[in-house]
Design a protein around this ligand. Structure first.
Ligand SMILES: Cc1ncc(COP(=O)(O)O)c(C=O)c1O
Length: 483
């Protein structure tokens, strides 16, 4: 049932230095920030709210106008005013006990979340997964919590090593695999391990610019300084400056957001540079298995024995974000420091979940799911290819559709799509500082054809009806020259 104005209270203060519209606007901002007003929720009409608060309708309208201009509220032609559904990404999660939904709960009226990364949230409805869970839950004796291996269940670490052998042609020792709760947690653990390892001076991490905002934000949360590094059509440009960061984070197989794969020559150049400068390369290998044509390029990890590379992987893309599991593949020198961190902090992935994932891998569930995903991706890719011809400035990068538009057009398209229940990523978020390209990003890695077709129709409609002062024919940023 939709909430009504009775759910929302606002005490106006006659003694306040703020005038009434400003007080109402401040009240809405505060309650949106606190999660009391949730993204996508309908606001009371200006008439109803004016009555409740005992003020004139014009007072409420002035407050609403201000909040629409600030992006807190959206005015929908027939359904009136509502809290902007896109605020979902920026509103802090409500505090525990506040009786609110989690920040990730779909907001009412928002039924298609194609923000890159979120699209992988397809449920794991799969008999193999159910059976893996049953086995883990019913028939296993899981290790005693006191003797549990802090680097992860040995059964899962062996399964991951086998998965890497079959899928990526990598021969790895399970002792170098550390189970994580996904890429972001893996990166945080690695950095803690590097600090414990006594790397000299404060840590600085080179990041692709543009790059995946999720991992850049993880670094910022940890107080780690980032150094934006340029990207071209071959991926990360190998730095030449003497002032090198101690660590670089790179997506060699599928650069985010433009999708390039780093050619062999660039890979060798990067590894040579890393060895010479003593830089640790962290390879974010988030979706290699997901390719629907050909086999993935070799991992940097196995390319040059002895090169300082960490392989950062997640099951979010290939399995589901619901699983919240990933792993790190470490060089021998880092196994000790990372293990000691895990010994003290524990492993955040529940043993039973680790065992279920291990069974799923061992029983071939993941392999079959990947085959299905690849078939689906080939079909959804065709759908995207059709739309591409009609949208100038659009690039299909394999699992994401990038549409470049000037900043104000991009903001209007994001808001217009959100109004129609479609959430998209903001291309500007990929940039560390001032964005060199702006627009919208639609992730379609794990979406079925029907919802994707619906999302693409909404996007096309909104693009067609959003005024764009610059004709977008062939307009592209200067970044992915060779894509
Ligand atoms: C470049 C990149 N790295 C990593 C991830 C996955 O991160 P996590 O496992 O923390 O959800 C994604 C998800 O979309 C991604 O796009």
């Amino acid at each position: 049932m939709e909430r009504t104005v009775r759910d929302w209270s606002l005490a106006l203060d006659p003694a306040s230095a703020l005038n009434l519209p400003a007080q109402i606007a401040a009240g809405v901002r505060r309650d949106v920030g606190a999660g009391t007003l949730r993204p996508g929720e309908p606001m009371p009409s200006s008439r109803a709210l004016a009555q409740t608060l005992g003020v004139s309708r014009g007072t409420v309208e002035a407050a609403y106008d201000q909040l629409v201009a600030e992006g807190y509220l959206l005015s929908r032609p027939r359904s009136g005013m509502l809290v902007n559904p896109r605020l979902r990404a920026t509103v802090p999660a409500p505090r525990e006990g506040a009786g609110q939904s989690r920040a990730e709960d779909p907001a009412p009226g928002t039924d298609l979340d194609l923000v890159p990364g979120h699209d992988s949230n397809s449920p794991l409805v799969d008999p193999a997964w159910r059976s893996a869970w049953r086995r883990a839950a019913d028939t296993e004796r899981l290790p005693d919590q006191r003797t549990i291996d802090p680097t992860g269940d040995p059964v899962l670490r062996r399964a991951v090593a086998e998965h890497l052998r079959l899928m990526r042609g990598l021969l790895v020792d399970p002792a170098q695999v550390v189970v994580t709760a996904g890429s972001r947690e893996g990166l945080a653990l690695l950095l803690a391990g590097l600090v414990a390892d006594g790397r000299s001076g404060p840590l600085r991490v080179g990041v692709e610019d543009p790059g995946f905002p999720g991992l850049r934000r993880t670094l910022a949360r940890l107080g780690v300084a980032t150094v934006p590094l340029p990207v071209d059509g071959s991926g990360l440009v190998v730095p030449t400056a003497d002032d090198v960061p101690g660590v670089v984070l790179v997506t060699p197989n599928h650069q985010y957001p433009y999708g390039s794969a780093m050619p062999a020559t660039r890979r060798t150049e990067l590894l040579d540079w890393a060895s010479t400068t003593g830089t640790l390369v962290v390879e974010d290998d988030y979706d290699s298995e997901f390719r629907y044509v050909g086999s993935p390029p070799p991992a940097l990890y196995g390319l040059s024995p002895g090169a300082p590379v960490v392989h950062l992987a997640t099951f979010s893309a290939v399995l589901s974000r619901d699983v919240g599991t990933g792993y790190l593949l470490l060089p021998e020198s880092l196994v000790g420091p990372v293990t000691r961190i895990r010994q003290d902090l524990g492993c955040p992935v529940a043993p039973i979940l680790q065992r279920a994932v291990a069974h799923y891998l061992d029983d071939g569930g993941l392999r079959r799911r990947l085959q299905r995903s690849r078939r689906r991706l080939a079909a959804t890719h065709r759908l995207v290819a059709e739309v591409l011809e009609r949208i100038p400035g659009a690039v299909d990068q394999g699992r994401m559709l990038v549409v470049e538009r000037p900043p104000e057009v991009a903001a209007a398209v994001l808001a217009g799509c959100a109004e129609r229940g479609l959430l998209l990523g903001d291309l500007a978020d990929g940039w560390s500082g001032t964005p060199h390209s702006t627009g919208v990003v639609l992730g379609y890695g794990a979406v079925d054809e029907a919802p994707l077709a619906r999302g693409l129709t909404i996007l096309e409609d909104v693009l067609a009806t959003t005024p764009d002062p610059v004709a977008p024919t062939h307009r592209r940023s200067d970044i992915p020259e060779t894509l």
